[in-house]
Each structure stands twice: as structure tokens, then as C-alpha cells.
Design a protein around this ligand. Structure first.
Ligand code: UDP
Length: 468
């Protein structure tokens, strides 16, 4: 392209909120760093509508829809996001994204007609690495963006590539094929893959996307170099591409109501510094009914104050009305009277306000990557309870490589690989992390060190870690 043409980057996240949000944050970062850059986000119609509603009205980021009909792919009407889908539909939707190929190519031609030239660069989700074929054909530069962490994705991608070569019967430890020095536990393998049909589809999809990744020009990862040197070199070893840590690109979470913000902040104000545990399993996951009961008792018996974001137990509809039977008898009243627990039921918690408050000592988290970055940027150590996907490997990384996490449990599904959680275990881990033990003190120290690294990168990125 000629020197006088305006550079134009096209961003294409996969159809999942947890990917779309970091792409919006990346678009915002690019815009702040290079205001002269033209930026377009591409997606299916419903996702474009939701992206539009999360951009400021005067945003110069452009949005373009690709035609998509869920019913053509055996999906219920309106299915344009992987959130909450059972695995068979989840993989259908991922596979369906490959059908966007001709529409995407047409869109780039349309842009060329309008602007007089093609865009200069495509940044696509690693689940949409097929876009590299279009990029190659049209002579456009291409990058893959991994919205999560490097170590977690290094393991997830390697395991996805070689899943059919992994042991099919239970063993104590499994060596990760590309990284034999890394051992994972049997229960850290993706559980949904133990259904043969799922395994075939998933492995096929992963193989295709990964082989496209090899043809890309580079890989961008939402992480910080000094924090994830191991993971970044794992990705480089897997794909042989230049790998650029561009993080943290921190998504601005949905705003909580002002009432909920002040309720939480006032409650935290009434507790001593560094004494409160924050418990949340992210935006879409929950634990099962018996785990919820054991967690409740364990938290109470730990005697530590806590804020707990409660969602219906796994298996119930996400919007199911709160039922006091999810918790031990009289629990809510007792927690209120003792001022021990603030239960946020069906509330979008002001997570950044909570993590940023001086009373918060630790975060019991599912180890979703946004939660990890948010917690560590505030120097808050983590009690890990990963529930799926690469969360298992995030937790492993944070515990074994970084020393800022202690894993309490993993999994939520009622299957053989889900850990049984007992109240004594909850109490013990909470005590270890928050009770002034040598381990807890060391974890806090490490978390503070990582906080410095993340904050230094945020300054470079001109990032804003505002409250909601
Ligand atoms: N979040 C929040 N309030 C809630 C639940 C989640 O603000 O009640 C935000 C949280 O701050 C984070 C995001 O939602 O930015 C969750 O992302 P993460 O990657 O941790 O997990 P996911 O929800 O994608 O599993």
C-alpha cells in the first residue's frame, strides 16, 4: 500500500464475550497509541450490536457485521455466543465460524472499494486463525491474538493438538506432549473431551486452527513479558512465530449499580485492612450444589470475613431465583448478624472496587484470565478453583511458577474428574493464605511484586484501571 494511505487494522474476535471484551480493549489501546489508525471490529450481527452498546457514542472504532444464520448450523435461533452452551453446541458454533470465510473476504473487498485500498492488517482470534488464508490471498499482514495468558494457552493448545495421543485411562501424571518437562494431573485434562465424538470434533477444529496459526505473521498475547517468560517461549516453541506480549489489555467490566458499589465499599470499610476474602467464579461459571454447601460451611468455620458472589449452582438456569436451601440453614442471617459475610446474590459485583480495597486480603477465583490480571494488579493473592478450559493451567502456572496461588479445588461437573470439596479443606486453605502463615506471607509478597510488573506495563500501555 502507498505511504499516503491511512493504516487500517481489522479486528476479529471469536463469538464469545470473554474474547470480544479483550478485543474491544485492544482496539481501544491501539486507538490511544495511534489515533491516526483506522480500526474496524468485525463480527456477527448480534455481537456487533452488543459491541456497539459498550463503545462510547463518539467512538471512532468502526463496526461491520458478517451475515450469520445459526439455524444453518443446527444452532438455536439467536445463538451467536458460546456462553452457556453445552459442549456439543459450543463446538458447533466454533465450527460454524469457519463458514464466515467467504463473507469475510467479501467484506475486505467492500472495504477496499469504499476506501480505495485494502486494510493493512488483520488481527484475529486464535480460534479464527483461518482468517490467515484470506490475509495471504489478499496480501494483508496477519496476527493472531490470544486473549488469555501465555502459559495457560501454551498448554491448552498443545493438549488440544495432541489429545488423541494422550492416555485414555486414568494415570497419576500426564506429560504434555510438546513440553515433556511439564506434568499435569489427570484431572487437569479437559473433561468434555472424554466423549469420543466431542474429542474428534474438538481435535479436528484445533488442528485446523493451529495449522493456520503457523502461517500467521505473529502472535499477540494479553500478558506481561516479565511475568510470563515461560509461557511466551512455550508459544514461540509451538508455532515458531514472533510472539508479542501486548498486555495487560484490561477490559472495562460492566458497571455495577451505585448501590452495590457503596454496599460493598461500606462493608469493606468496616473491616480491618487485609482481612477479607473475595469469592467469585467469574461471569458465567458456578460450582455444584454440594460444593456450594461445603464452601459455605468452610467459610463460616474459617472465621474470616468474606464477600461471596453467589450464582445458582451448576445445572440450574443462570437466572434461577435464589433458594435459601442452596446454603446451610439460617446462613444469610448468621453471616449478617456476625458481620462475617456479605452475600451478593444475582449481583454484578464491583470486582475492581473490591480487589482495590485495602481490606481485601485474597481472592478465591476460578482463575479466568481477566480476574487473574485484576487480582494481581492489586497485589491480591489467589485461592484457585479453576472450572474449565485453560483456567486449570492458569491455576497451575500461578501456583507452581509464580507462587501467588494455592489451589483449593478444580472442576464443577458431577463427573469422575471433579474434585470433591470438603469444609475442612476450605478452612485449611483459607487459613493458610490469610492466617499469617509463612506460605500466606510469601504469597502476598510475590503478588505485590507481580503487581509492580503489571502496573509498569499498564503505564506503558497508558492503561486505566478505573473503578466501575
Ligand atoms: N466480573 C465483574 N463482576 C462479577 C463477575 C465478573 O465485574 O460479578 C468481571 C471481572 O471483573 C472480569 C470479568 O467479569 O473482568 C470476568 O472475566 P474472567 O476472564 O475472569 O472470567 P470469565 O467470566 O470470562 O470466565
Amino acid at each position: 500500500m502507498g505511504g499516503h494511505e491511512q493504516h487500517h487494522v481489522v479486528l476479529f474476535p471469536v463469538m464469545a464475550q470473554g474474547h470480544i471484551n479483550p478485543f474491544i480493549a485492544l482496539a481501544d489501546l491501539l486507538h490511544r497509541r495511534r489515533p491516526d489508525l483506522k480500526i474496524t471490529i468485525v463480527n456477527t450481527p448480534l455481537n456487533i450490536q452488543s459491541i456497539k452498546s459498550s463503545l462510547p457514542p463518539n467512538s471512532t472504532i468502526r463496526l461491520r457485521s458478517l451475515p450469520f444464520s445459526p439455524s444453518d448450523h443446527g444452532l438455536p435461533p439467536g445463538t451467536e455466543s458460546t456462553a452457556g452452551l453445552p459442549f456439543s453446541l459450543f463446538i458447533n458454533l466454533l465450527e460454524a465460524s469457519e463458514s464466515l470465510h467467504p463473507h469475510f473476504e467479501q467484506l475486505l473487498h467492500d472495504i477496499a472499494m469504499e476506501d480505495g485500498h485494502l486494510p493493512s492488517c488483520i488481527i484475529a482470534d486464535n480460534f479464527l486463525a483461518w482468517t490467515v488464508e484470506t490475509a495471504r490471498k489478499l496480501g494483508i499482514s496477519h496476527s493472531v491474538f490470544i486473549t488469555g495468558g501465555a502459559f495457560g494457552h501454551g498448554l491448552l493448545l498443545s493438549i488440544g493438538l495432541h489429545f488423541l495421543r494422550l492416555p485414555t485411562t486414568q494415570t497419576n501424571h500426564v506429560s504434555v506432549p510438546d513440553f515433556p518437562e511439564i506434568q499435569i494431573d489427570w484431572s487437569q485434562l479437559p473433561r468434555h473431551l472424554f466423549v469420543p465424538d466431542n474429542a474428534d470434533k474438538w481435535t479436528g477444529f484445533f488442528h485446523r486452527q493451529n495449522s493456520y496459526c503457523f502461517q500467521s505473521n505473529s502472535m499477540l498475547v494479553n500478558t506481561v513479558k516479565e511475568f510470563e517468560t515461560t509461557g511466551l517461549s512455550m508459544l514461540h516453541k509451538l508455532f515458531g512465530l514472533p510472539v508479542f506480549p501486548v498486555g495487560p489489555v484490561l477490559c472495562k467490566p460492566l458497571s455495577s449499580s451505585l448501590d452495590d458499589v457503596s454496599r460493598c465499599v461500606e462493608w469493606l470499610d468496616s473491616h480491618r485492612p487485609g482481612t477479607v476474602l473475595y469469592v467469585s467464579f467469574g461471569s458465567q461459571n458456578s460450582i455444584n450444589a454440594s460444593q456450594m454447601m461445603e464452601l459455605a460451611v468452610g467459610l463460616e468455620e474459617s472465621g474470616k470475613p468474606f464477600i461471596w458472589v453467589i450464582r445458582p449452582p451448576f445445572g440450574l438456569d443462570v437466572g434461577a431465583e435464589f433458594n435459601p436451601e442452596w446454603l446451610p440453614e439460617g446462613y444469610e442471617e448468621r453471616m449478617r448478624e456476625k458481620k462475617q459475610g456479605l452475600l451478593l446474590v444475582h449481583v454484578w459485583a464491583p470486582q475492581l472496587d473490591i480487589l482495590g480495597h485495602g481490606s481485601t486480603a485474597a481472592f478465591l477465583s476460578h482463575c479466568g484470565w481477566n480476574s487473574v490480571l485484576e487480582s494481581l494488579s492489586h497485589g491480591v493473592p489467589i485461592i484457585g478453583w479453576p472450572l474449565g478450559g485453560e483456567q486449570m493451567y492458569n491455576s497451575k502456572f500461578l501456583e507452581e511458577e509464580v507462587g501467588v496461588c494455592l489451589e483449593l479445588a478444580r472442576g464443577n461437573r458431577e463427573d469422575m474428574m471433579s474434585a470433591k470439596v470438603e469444609r475442612e479443606g476450605v478452612k485449611k486453605v483459607v487459613e493458610m493464605v490469610m492466617g499469617g502463615t509463612e506460605k500466606g506471607v510469601e504469597m502476598k509478597k510475590k503478588a505485590m511484586e507481580i503487581s509492580e510488573l503489571i502496573r509498569a506495563s499498564m503505564e506503558v500501555n497508558n492503561g486505566v484501571m478505573g473503578s466501575s
